[in-house]
Ligand binder design. Structure first.
Ligand SMILES: [Zn+2]
Length: 494
């Protein structure tokens, strides 16, 4: 794409008789081959553009004729303007201009309306001057006008984006940014100011990051979004409902010197909790996991509970919940954590059920990862002993040890969950334990694995596969996630 620099203004200091002209925000000229800026000057209320800048931008021939007339020609068609006259003449037809042709130093200035009223009548390509948005569209480009609105809806928020004429769009979220990409060559966004934005901490700012992409910076309370479209005559409306994190802990006092609270903070001390990944263990083909005497399979139990947990937690907390599988599919151990890592999950929960040769074995256990202490680097670039006892420099935390940095929080969550589960479902004697579990080791976020109980115990099998157990467990899990998230927001779990 060609991005031309603004034409250089005359180096001559302007000599004007009347009011002193000043620089006005430039026009952006959008064309098929790119965009460039067209400088404007303003005198009083009137904006002017220099004829030589227009000549460069549109390959016009500008000549001073005898008797003081100026001609502006394009491909054999000519406009005639006279100094001090607020008129232009095209093939003998007079066109009114809001201000006369003016001289500034060596340059001739015409009112910016000259473009739409005179130049557009002789130019062989369509010219669409959109003064309020300072756009000049050259040719048949799709440049919908965009109207933005933000409304608070209780604790949630709603963004309304109208595109006229209709332009479809796709919405994607990447980290702290929600991008709306329009099927258009460029966007006409008259005002970048969106009243009310930022007040709820859901969306902090909006930018045009690309000619056809609007990006919304999401704030610390943003939990997720849902978009829908409506057609209103020539307008296509996109409504983006923004979910807010449910209960919030009291905000920590802003450190001295920080910007006013209603301004977007540049960095959050604690990243907000947005994404939970639930991993239903096993799945696909022969990987049934543990099996009960009455035929219950671990893989089915894990999936059923995971689905309920997703619905309950998304509905109640507005947190995005992703499942590593949502059907009876084979998913490799590493794929499971990779999904959580790639989605920057804030918490990873793997669901399983146990089998034991001891028929009476019963109760749930929450595991966090265990590491061979010698192999856990305290931080990158620490010197740690390798297994062979030789000191070596570790520059990066090995992938399979990603979990080592999150062990404290994994343990905190395991304990919070145990508190919520106690007295609600049967727990094993040692309800919180550590184990070297591969599915946890490469999780680059706090992570636990829950063994819901023992399918090999007939009573447990009946209990675990019943509705009451699923409801109670999911309720307790949601409670634990709320408490964990709030503790984290308050800095307690960091
Ligand atoms: Zn299992």
């Amino acid at each position: 794409m060609l991005v031309a620099r603004a034409a250089v203004l005359s180096s001559q200091s302007p000599q004007i008789s009347q009011a002193q002209p000043s620089q006005a925000p430039a026009l952006t000229l959008l064309a098929r081959d790119g965009r460039r800026t067209l400088p404007l000057t303003v005198t009083g209320d009137q904006e002017f553009v220099a004829l030589d800048d227009l000549a460069t931008a549109f390959q016009l021939a500008v000549r001073e004729e005898s008797l003081g007339a100026i001609t502006v020609s394009s491909k054999g068609k000519t406009i005639v303007v006279q100094p001090a006259q607020a008129l232009a003449s095209v093939s003998g037809r007079l066109i009114a201009l809001p201000a006369p042709l003016t001289r500034s130093g060596r340059r001739w200035l015409v009112p910016v309306e000259f473009i739409s009223r005179a130049l557009a009548t002789i130019y062989d390509v369509k010219l669409d001057l959109r003064k309020p948005s300072r756009l000049l569209i050259v040719g048949d480009l799709r440049v919908p006008r965009i109207q933005l609105r933000y409304d608070a809806v209780g604790t949630s928020g709603r963004l309304t984006i109208d595109a006229t004429p209709r332009a479809t769009s796709t919405i994607t979220q990447e980290n702290d940014r929600l991008s709306v990409k329009f099927d258009a060559d460029a966007l006409d966004v008259p005002s970048p100011v969106l009243p009310g934005l930022g007040a709820q901490g859901l969306v902090l700012a909006v930018h045009l990051i690309d000619p056809s992409v609007l990006a919304f910076d999401v704030g610390p309370r943003f939990a997720g979004f849902k978009a829908s479209t409506q057609t209103l005559e020539s307008t296509l409306r996109v409504v983006i409902d923004l979910a807010a994190l449910a209960e919030t802990a009291p905000a920590p006092a802003p450190p001295a010197g920080r910007a006013a609270p209603d301004l977007p903070a540049l960095g959050q001390a604690t990243p907000p909790f947005r994404t939970l990944v639930i991993d239903p263990g096993h799945g696909g083909g022969d990987d049934t996991g543990a099996a009960g005497a009455s035929g219950a399979k671990e893989k089915d139990l894990a999936l059923a509970i995971a689905r309920r947990a997703k619905a309950a937690i998304e509905g109640r907390l507005g947190i995005r919940v992703l499942l590593t599988r949502d059907d009876d599919r084979h998913v490799g151990i590493d794929e499971r954590t990779a999904m959580a890592n790639n989605n920057k999950a804030d918490l990873f929960i793997s669901l399983h059920a146990s089998a034991s040769p001891r028929p009476a074995a019963a109760g749930a256990t929450i595991f966090y990862a265990a590491f061979d202490t010698g192999s856990v680097p305290a931080s990158s670039a620490d010197r740690v002993p390798a297994f062979n006892g030789v000191m070596r420099e570790i520059e990066l935390v090995p992938w399979e040890l990603a979990q080592s940095r999150h062990l404290d929080q994994s343990t905190s969550f395991a304990e919070l969950l145990e508190t919520q589960l106690r007295d609600r479902i049967p727990l094993a004697g040692e309800a919180v334990a550590s184990a070297p579990l591969r599915v946890l080791e490469s999780a680059n976020m706090p992570a636990v694995l829950i063994e819901l109980g023992y399918l090999t115990n007939g009573d447990q099998e009946t209990l675990l596969t019943g509705d009451a157990f699923a409801n109670t467990f999911v309720q307790a899990l949601a409670d634990a996630v709320v408490r964990y998230r709030d503790a984290q927001a308050a800095g307690g779990a960091r």
